[in-house]
Design a protein around this ligand. Sequence first.
Ligand code: 5GP
Ligand code: MN
Length: 329
Amino acid sequence: MIDKNGVMEAARFMAEHDRFLVLSHVNPDGDATGSALAVALMLEQLGKSYIVANEGETPEKFSFLPRFDRLRDLAREPLEETFEAVIAVDCADRSRMGQVAPYFAPQAAVLNIDHHPTNDLFGTINLIRTDAAATAEILFELAEAAGIAFTQELALCIYTGLLTDTGGFRYSNTSPRVLEIASKLLSFGVSPGEVAERCLEEITYAHVKILRRALQTLTLSHDGQIASITVVPEDFAEAGAEREDAGGLVNYCRNIEGVEVGISFVEAEKGIVKVSMRARDRVDVSAIAKELGGGGHAKAAGCTMRGEMSAVQEQVFRTVERALGSEQQ
Ligand code: 5GP
Ligand code: MN
């Protein structure tokens, strides 16, 4: 059940302050972007002013979302202002927001809204629901509790978070509540086919080109229980691809029959390796990711590691193999 107190406390936070900085995580996905823009729309309804920002660019595929053009890339366009009130969505810890500390006033109050089990409660107020499929699901409850009207725009932002974090209502986090909320959101005017087309179906040609190269590196190990793929800067150059074109590669690994853990190693910039892990049943990859400096969920987690690709891979494999080994005993 929803923690009414947490939701009411969050609603009060939004009512009490006048100006907000709304942040999500670096390399934002559909839940991060949909949730940040949902908060922006809620603040508008409450008559508040805000800056919605991210360190780095938000993928163009989410440009169909309302207020997408208000999303400010702090890496390109730093702010002069500091904020007394910050709302962080879908961030398990402060480092997920990137280099944002300069924008926090010394006594800044932070509302942390998230669904990751690895969340370290960094906020002044923490609205954390690890049973929620997406941060957007928590925002639905918050909007309801705060008496905010579900406009078509707000419904679209929340639906996008729900759709993407459940992999199109397929992953095991697709609860009865998720489908109940999705059903309500459709009744507020969301077109499910259009959102799915933009978020899940349509891919860039650069993605296909990088996928073609990535699949050539596909390797099975540990008795076929681990599958991994590797993408290096040269692949990005050859494919004419950007970092956002390399999303979703890890699923090809995890989906192979018999594989327990799928891993993608994506090095868009020399010496910085984004590691994504997906588990089938036996291993909790959030624990592995946390050990490696990242976090996430039991079945989907990640981290960013610095160093030579071979050294990163050795460390990740060692940790994953240990988790698989201890499971077997
Ligand atoms: P992905 O592999 O698709 O980037 O992320 C899978 C899940 O792990 C998401 O829930 C994402 O938020 C989380 N995750 C990915 N990378 C990191 C990281 O570096 N730190 C933390 N705390 N979580 C991460
Ligand atoms: Mn999420």
